[in-house]
Design a protein around this ligand. Sequence first.
Ligand SMILES: [Zn+2]
Ligand SMILES: [Zn+2]
Length: 123
Amino acid sequence: MTTQRRTAQKQAICDALRALDHPSATEVYAYLQGKEPAVSRGTVFRVLSAFSECGKVRRLRLLGDDTHYDFNTSPHAHACCRKCGRVWDIEGVSVPLALPEGFLFEESELEVSGVCAACAGKG
Ligand SMILES: [Zn+2]
Ligand SMILES: [Zn+2]
């Protein structure tokens, strides 16, 4: 694979992360099938984990088994609906209170789980 081709695939994966809302690697792959069919499932997984290692995307441990990715790397929390799996960003959530003395804060991943209005409305 040429460098140019790889760059194009990485770009397509970046675009998918922006277009989708906190997608899993599987969702990114499904999305790309219609646009960049040459991108293999393995490439999607590899590129996403490389992105998260270099801090380009955030890897989320949300409900369910799949790892989800977030291109918004600024500190924010997430609310996830355990029925439909939708994820919302919650801005303005800061450092947890009452850290042990001398503890150097690096990052926190706050995830709030519950049921969204749409799912609650379905009974
Ligand atoms: Zn829901
Ligand atoms: Zn987010």
